[in-house]
Design a protein around this ligand. Structure first.
Ligand code: PSU
Length: 305
């Protein structure tokens, strides 16, 4: 495969062999977690995918080159860097054309995965409709990407800092399948449960893979959102988090935080207010999603043979 991107040997060999590959994003490294846990987590997530028979492909734009899979040195530099751009659908080609460096969000990682021929992607939580969106109109480009780009995204739902009911409504409007795993309600990122019934439920990776392949066979654009609850031992109860999220949100308004800065601001404030507990939960859920994504990628490979 040729194109405006560069693959690591490991990723190229896996794709050529038709072996399972799982895409990973880099905004979670640069904007979602503090150093050095961001670097350790990025490494651990890759190892988790390898341990489950997959090949990880972490995406980032480095000096204009879209990398599908990063070396350890590139990952270290990104994890340490400050002021790295946060690239979504709109800015990805601009960053590449102007030779800048940036981390890929869910939307940009989906685009990179499709370019490279990777069908499954694991992350923590997607972006969505922000609270107060009726005034700010702040809705993540991740939602529209899910309706356009044929990649199955495994996440612990949408981040609980968002307006979750509006996020689920919008995904329904966009025709994106939202599939809960192992339970009848949608998960809420740091917490397993919520009041929102799951529109779809599939418990077996083979069924999720079959739905992905069927969607493609029917010529339907867009991907699937697999909503995988955080493991029980790692969750933070929603009641514990609710006042903390409220506090972080009102501080964001007080500080005039807007647009792309909102999510990183809230995540880091919630990290401080929970004395690090939110980060431990975030790491646990990403690892859990990586395991499931490797299983789905393997099953898609079996169906494609
Ligand atoms: N998952 C996490 N932490 C993160 C993200 C996902 O556990 O920081 C990132 C993803 O890159 C996602 C972005 O696309 O947060 C959402 O940002 P926004 O709300 O600005 O669209």
């Amino acid at each position: 495969m040729t194109g405006p991107f560069e693959q690591t040997e490991e990723v190229r060999a896996a794709l050529d062999a038709g072996a399972p590959v799982v895409a990973l994003e880099s905004t979670i490294i640069t904007h979602g977690m503090p150093w050095p846990r961001n670097f350790e987590t990025a490494r651990q997530v890759e190892d988790e995918i390898r341990a489950h028979g997959g090949t990880p492909a972490t995406m980032a734009v480095i000096k204009g080159v879209l990398h599908i899979g990063l070396t350890e040195g590139q990952m270290t530099d990104l994890a340490k860097a400050r002021d790295v751009a946060k690239l979504s659908r709109a800015d990805l080609p601009v960053a590449m054309a102007t030779r800048t460096t940036g981390a890929t969000t869910v939307a940009a990682t989906m685009i990179a995965a499709r370019l490279a021929g990777i069908e499954v992607f694991a992350t923590g939580g997607i972006g969505g409709v922000h609270r107060g969106a009726e005034r700010s109109f702040d809705v993540s480009a991740d939602l529209r990407e899910l309706s356009e780009t044929p990649v199955t995204v495994v996440a612990a739902g949408a981040k609980a800092i968002l307006d979750l009911p509006k996020t689920w409504e919008m995904l329904e409007t966009l025709g994106v399948p939202v599939i809960a795993v192992g339970q009848d309600v949608l998960p809420a990122f740091w917490s397993r449960g919520s009041e929102h019934p799951a529109p779809l439920r599939l418990d077996r990776p083979a069924d999720i893979a079959a739905a992905h392949v069927m969607r493609g066979a029917m010529g339907l654009p867009g991907g699937q959102l697999v909503a995988n609850p955080i493991p029980e031992a790692d969750e933070i109860p929603a009641e514990t988090l609710a006042p903390i999220i409220e506090q972080a949100l009102s501080e964001a308004i007080r500080d005039g935080v807007s647009a792309k800065a909102v999510t990183p601001y809230l995540l880091s404030r919630i990290f401080e207010l929970t004395e690090g507990r939110s980060l431990e939960a975030n790491i646990a859920l990403v690892l859990n999603n990586a395991r499931l994504a490797a299983g789905i990628a393997r099953e898609i490979g079996i169906l494609r043979k």
